[in-house]
Design a protein around this ligand. Sequence first.
Ligand code: MLT
Length: 253
Amino acid sequence: MPAPLGYDASGSGQPLVLVHGFPLDRTMWTGQLEGLADTRQVIAVDLPGRGRSASISPDGLSIDDYADSVAATIDSLGLGAVDLAGLSMGGYVVFSLLRRHPTKVRSLLLIDTKAGDDTPEAKEGREKTAALVREQGTAALLDSLFLKLFSPATPDSIRDSVRLMFENTPSETAAADLLAMRDRIDSTPELATISIPTLVIHGEDDALMPVDIGSALAEAIPAATFVAVPSAGHMAPLENPEAVNAAIRDFLA
Ligand code: MLT
């Protein structure tokens, strides 16, 4: 088992584990750490290579490695079976964890994410972006990916907090994330076999993964509920924490 991850925690009771997207960190879940602490023990992890977690080797890691790190954290904290949430790349990690460590998951929360793998063109794009990020750091993403993350309604203060996460993510880590996403497998064939309660949440204004992707994901999972979040793009938990927390609360109740 890999080393456990760094994390922030709040509240007590049944654990809810939150896995961030790319190229972000545990601080994207501030609104959930604050807003759900009265109902759950909320644990927001840093995936390997950023924040409170140990750095990764230049060889990089796979999405499965990331999932094993989250599983090692669940074990080291003695959490048992958790409610497990992932945003975007975090969702890819959640699908892998469910495949590799099914007894550690009692329910799934899939936020602004998708089940499919990368097309050949997308894989090529990942490689180019990884090379660019290695050369110029994550600042290279501020004119491209960053601009697609938000609803027009999202205030600058939220955009600034996401920019800070971009800047705080080491370039080697961001490059490793990109290659890990390139190599992830297609989780679509497994969706029909997911038998645990599942909540799919998607920002209505998500420009990176349009909201139809979220509703189709929910339709493909037998026990899934779908919630579209208004005034939110790809960063729904940050952009509209009230609506996201209300949906999570209803689901967990
Ligand atoms: C993310 O938001 O985590 C990533 O941009 C997802 C992706 O690139 O597939």
